[in-house]
Design a protein. Sequence first.
Length: 95
Amino acid sequence: MGYETGDIKSLIRDALSDDDFQNLVQDNYSKIYNGFTTGQGREERTSAIVEHVEKQHEIDNFLLLIKAINPRAFKIFEDRQIQKRLIEISNFIDL
């Protein structure tokens, strides 16, 4: 299943505290974590990790890591993704 970048960024914002986000990136994507600078805000860091997992085709693994940290927020994300797909299918059928 394909995901929109904005949806993944929203999930990160909604599901992970600053500490959770930092620990996830540090523990699993140390190269990206080591590239973070003190002047970067959370949005810039979020963009960097999302760009990385998209380029490396690691989105599914990244999402599983988020799910392990906050299953409730991930379930909401997952339900929204299903709803979006159903709407897309419905719109396609109505054409």
